[in-house]
Design a protein around this ligand. Structure first.
Ligand code: AMP
Length: 468
């Protein structure tokens, strides 16, 4: 039975969806004012694996993700770049989709841009006004947190403790309480705006998510996710909005939050400027490696990124490849005797790990134990053809969820290495050996070896390389 950790109850709970075999999930998407970084990848790969697992279990999952394409940061960055904000947002949205595709994150059912749901947002703000949860001041419409008696339930903060964090974002002096947040911001000259009953303006940060989720799921649904930083104020505000609108609770049954990807203990973030864009990472390393790094850590734990740990991860991936290679040769020619491998034990252990709040590092350890025992049997010539077939079938099933085991070799090689190899080929064809050797050296410094075979050059990861 699948148990998930629910931030709302601070406990692991057995997953029971509102409709049988159907699951509605909303995950907060990116604010598109820059390239996405590997911290984003950590969160979106983690949810991709969660969704794939739920699907594999037989759930029909509707995975909804918003794209924040209008907010203060977008307007500010567009000003610096001298670009129309919505155009800039669209460009970074395109880059985000490219990144997700490279990372094989394709489990999202629907991406919904905030600016495509202005009508729904206005309806929600109007209703919150009508129910006296919202009030208007000179720069917009605000939510009165003191009116919502369960405020702070998710983040375990009181309205008073909420003041500081929110007031830095929406800091009008006319607000009733310092912790009140904007639902609709009136636009200043030159800023993007949409007509509304309160004047031309744009939505506040939190209302886009409730407007979009209500549109697709109604007032209540199964699961909501994001990284830990969103628990407060963002998700707290979503609950305050939606439950005030509907008069029903809980808005969401299960709240799932991912741990941060950090660098030297500090959260990787666009605003701190300590980030590695996914695209930069992929110039040097493979998307497979990034997915693997995410899976090696439990989704709720922090993942401290260090280049030094990449080599170990590369070695582990090479171990998987080597095992898969051996299995495929055995599938055809292995011994026909009885099974020597207790595959069902591995299947049970794998399932137990995943059913325990998607414990991917534990599940990964099961795979490596299987590789260890499988290799030992292969070395003694004791792995049967049937064993090999069963193991491959099991790994294929796992990989429908993980997407790290079976990768075309070419896709595991970083783009720079492939480009260098092509360049070297040209020099070889021109018999420019010194140049070709020089490039071979450069490839070696990136941690790869070139072997010239009859079928052409083959690239192999150099596991002794310290620099990677
Ligand atoms: P943003 O574009 O900053 O709004 O972030 C989009 C999503 O990525 C949110 O769920 C964030 O909480 C998450 N996120 C941002 N930075 C990190 C990080 N360093 N580690 C994990 N998740 C992150």
């Amino acid at each position: 039975m699948l148990k998930v950790y629910n931030t709302l109850s601070r406990d692991k709970e057995i997953l029971k969806t509102r409709k049988r075999d159907f699951l509605e999930l909303f995950v907060c998407g990116p604010t598109v004012y820059d390239f996405s970084h590997i911290g984003h990848a950590r969160t979106y790969v983690a949810f991709d694996v969660i969704v794939r697992y739920l699907k594999e279990k037989g759930f029909d999952v509707f995975y909804l993700q918003n794209i924040t394409d209008i907010d203060d940061k977008i307007i500010q960055r567009a000003k610096e770049k001298n670009m129309p904000p919505l155009k800039m947002a669209r460009n970074f949205e395109r880059e985000y989709f490219k990144d997700m595709k490279a990372l094989k994150v394709n489990s999202v059912t629907k991406y919904a841009r905030a600016t495509d749901y202005i009508k729904e947002i206005i309806v929600q703000v109007k209703k919150l006004r009508a129910k006296s949860f919202a009030y208007q001041i000179s720069d917009g419409v605000y939510y009165d947190i003191k009116k919502f008696k369960n405020y702070g339930e998710l983040s375990l903060r009181t309205a008073l403790q909420a003041e500081d964090a929110v007031s830095r974002i929406d800091d009008s002096k006319e607000k009733r309480n310092k912790g009140d947040f904007a639902l609709w911001k009136l636009s200043r000259d030159g800023e993007p705006s949409w007509p509304s009953p309160w004047g031309p303006g744009r939505p506040g940060w939190h209302i886009e998510d409730t407007a979009i989720s209500q549109k697709f799921f109604g007032y209540r649904y199964d699961m909501h996710g994001g990284a830990k930083d969103l628990i407060f104020p963002h998700h707290e505000a979503e609950i305050a909005q939606m439950e005030a609108l509907s008069g029903k609770k809980p808005m969401v049954r299960y709240w799932l939050h991912t741990g941060f990807l950090t660098v030297g203990g500090q959260k990787m973030s666009k605003s701190l400027g300590n980030f590695i864009a996914i695209q930069d990472f992929l110039k040097k390393y493979s998307a497979r490696l990034l997915r693997f790094l995410v899976l090696k850590t439990h989704y709720r734990s922090g993942l401290d990124y260090a280049e030094s740990s990449l080599l170990q991860a590369e070695r582990e991936l090479a171990r998987i490849d080597e095992f898969v290679d051996k299995l495929s040769s055995l599938r055809g020619f292995g011994l026909p005797q009885m099974s020597n491998l207790k595959i069902s034990e591995f299947q049970t252990n794998f399932a137990e790990a995943m059913e325990d709040d998607f414990n991917t590092p534990k599940a990964m350890a099961v795979i490596f134990e299987l590789i260890k025992q499988g290799n030992a049997l292969i070395d003694q010539n004791l792995l049967s053809k049937t064993d090999a077939q069963n193991v491959v079938a099991f790994l294929k099933k796992i990989d429908r969820v993980f997407k790290v085991i079976f990768w075309p070799q070419k896709k595991s090689i970083p783009a720079v290495v492939l480009e260098l190899a092509e360049e070297r080929e040209k020099y070889r064809k021109d018999r420019n050996w010194p140049k070709a050797d020089e490039i071979r050296e450069r490839i070696a410094r990136l941690g790869w070896q070139v072997e010239d075979t009859e079928a052409g050059p083959k690239l192999k990861k150099d596991m002794r390389s310290a620099t990677l």
